[in-house]
Design a protein around this ligand. Structure first.
Ligand code: C2O
Ligand code: CU
Length: 554
């Protein structure tokens, strides 16, 4: 493959949206940040200069980085933050991914303004598994906050409150026609009648899944999370934070202006979520009288439409063709059952401001994850003890009716804080069933994301997972591959992967609110006994663990 070099300059700059101006951290003064384009099999070097005020890291979301965890990026997991005034060069190895993935900051909540698309074209000499589109367009969804996000994060950690709602959602940086002071700058995509476009859609919104539709136009989904799927024709898509979708759309309607809308999906209880809608205009070129208002999509699902969300997700199938084969592991050697909850956390010495010295927290198997002061990869690689424990539980400590309305007893609502990871041997075949819970009536969809791998989503369902009947429904023939899977509210999802990537790999909910409340863990995959199954040597320079990101390890 070829080698590409990018420079990313991280610095604060002023942006005005919704009639108010604020300073925020961006890459190269752009929001969203610059797109990276390369071919499958290439290597990309990104030199990140931090000219901001606090330590930051960048993650290459959806890129496996085989044997190369040093450059994966999550702070305190594979590296310490890049201090202000210094730089760090990431080496990004493109192996099996093809389609659209993305990159984003992986420190505190800086991802809200530090993110961009990462387009991986077919390897030289190969082509798409669908007719070559006439044009391509990256569509990035993000959140806009009038306030400083780091202040909001601090509030969320202290109070656990919902002070973290965005003020707007954006499409390619613009809120669109339905927000104050925004309709002059609404993002417009101009199209020629009769042509087909590949939309490369990235959801970088901080805390909300989205439904997306273009009025009167069908969408054909052809890719998910950096691999191709069987073409699926739909009138809307559902996309969670962390997911990417490749979608074909043909401009085959009467020339006019059509709205592309993204509206939030939420399946929980709280009523105060941001229900606003962001818009762009899908605009035909040519001579015609434009409508006074663009055509509005008639069938975009509503805020609480659980059926529409799961209908969409369960329809995705991998391509499973000779060029894009599936290789679902059939003999599972490590099986994990992980509950995904929002509840309360016991704080050391009752030091938190919530009831009984507790605070709102998220957890996996009742463990609320805390970042260590030295990154786990460094501690593991250099055999430095005291920074993490290897006893992440394979099962939740209490078995109960996870989805009942009434999960309020202390032993299920209060989690313990810890840095507990799961160790896997090289090439183990892993199955994880994630079970959503309704602890404290806070059940909602959780987009679970795994670094270092693409996994097969072999099953998903509603209610409590039944380990006798539900496995009979698994799709082991053409399950889709992904790096982020929605665990439906009060439901479950099962994934499988082969632990063929030695290193340290983070796993977390991709709602940043839940991630910073502790809905995380990490896998350590041991080296195998060949050179090809051994972690690459560390680079000569890794950022030292001296300067923290703004809030540092928690
Ligand atoms: Cu897109 Cu750990 O993240
Ligand atoms: Cu979550």
């Amino acid at each position: 493959g070829n080698v590409h070099y990018y420079d990313f300059v991280l610095k604060e700059s002023n942006f005005t949206r919704l009639c108010s101006t604020k300073s925020m951290l961006t890459v190269d003064d752009s929001f969203p940040g610059p797109m990276i384009r390369a071919h499958k099999g290439d290597t990309v070097y990104v030199n990140v200069y931090n000219q901001g005020r606090y330590g930051v890291t960048i993650h290459w979301h959806g890129i496996k980085q085989p044997r190369n965890p040093w450059f994966d990026g999550p702070e305190y997991i594979t590296q310490c933050p890049i201090s202000p005034g210094t730089n760090f060069t990431y080496q990004v190895l493109l192996s099996s991914e093809e389609g659209t993935v993305w990159w984003h900051a992986h420190s505190d909540w800086t991802r809200s303004s530090v993110h961009g698309a990462f387009v991986i074209l077919p390897a030289e000499g190969t082509t798409y598994p669908f007719p070559k589109p006439d044009g391509e367009q990256v569509i990035v969804f993000a959140s806009w906050y009038k306030e400083d996000v780091e202040t909001l994060m601090d509030e969320a950690l202290r109070s656990g409150g919902l002070t973290t709602l965005s003020d707007a959602y954006t499409i390619n940086g613009q809120p669109g026609d339905f927000y104050d002071c925004s309709n002059e700058t609404t993002y417009r995509m101009s199209v020629d009648y009769g042509k087909t476009y590949l939309l490369r859609i990235v959801n970088s919104i901080m805390n909300t899944d989205m439904f997306v539709a273009i009025a009167d136009h069908n969408l054909t989904v052809v890719g998910w999370d950096g691999s191709y799927i069987k073409p699926l024709e739909v009138s809307y898509i559902m996309i969670t934070p962390g997911q990417t979708m490749d979608v074909l759309v043909t401009a085959n309607q009467s020339p006019s202006y059509y709205y592309m809308l993204a509206s939030p999906y939420f399946d929980g209880q709280a009523d105060d979520f941001d229900k606003s809608i962001t818009s762009a205009i899908f605009q035909y070129n040519g001579n015609y009288t434009p409508p006074s208002i663009p055509v509005y999509p008639r069938n975009i699902p509503g805020f609480y439409d659980v059926g529409a969300a799961s209908f969409y997700t369960t329809k995705l199938r991998s391509l499973a063709s000779p060029e894009h084969p599936v290789d679902v592991p059939l003999n599972v050697t490590t099986r994990m059952f992980i509950t995904v909850s929002i509840g309360m956390m016991r704080c050391p010495n009752d030091s938190c401001s919530g009831p009984d010295g507790n605070r709102l927290a998220s957890s996996l198997n009742n463990i609320s994850f805390a970042n260590p002061k030295l990154d786990i990869l460094e501690a593991y690689y250099r055999h430095i003890s005291g920074y993490y424990d290897t006893n992440f539980p394979d099962k939740p400590p209490h078995l109960f009716n996870f989805t009942s309305e009434d999960l309020l007893t202390d032993n299920v609502t209060i989690s313990d804080q810890g840095t507990r990871v799961k160790v896997l041997n090289y090439n183990e075949t892993v199955e994880i069933t994630f079970q959503g819970t309704n602890v404290m009536n806070s059940g909602e969809n959780h987009p679970m994301h795994l670094h270092g791998f693409r996994f097969y989503v072999v099953g998903t369902g509603v209610g409590n997972f039944d380990n006798v009947t539900d496995p009979l429904t698994y799709n082991l023939v053409d399950p889709p591959e992904a790096n982020t899977v929605p665990i439906p509210k009060d439901g479950w999802a099962t994934i499988r992967f082969v632990a063929s990537n030695p290193g340290v790999w983070f796993m977390h909910c991709h709602f940043d609110r839940h991630m910073s409340w502790g809905m995380d863990t990490a896998f350590i995959v041991r080296n195998g006994n060949t050179e090809e199954s051994t972690i690459l040597p560390p680079p000569a320079y890794m950022p030292p663990c001296e300067t923290d990101s703004l809030y540092g390890p928690r």
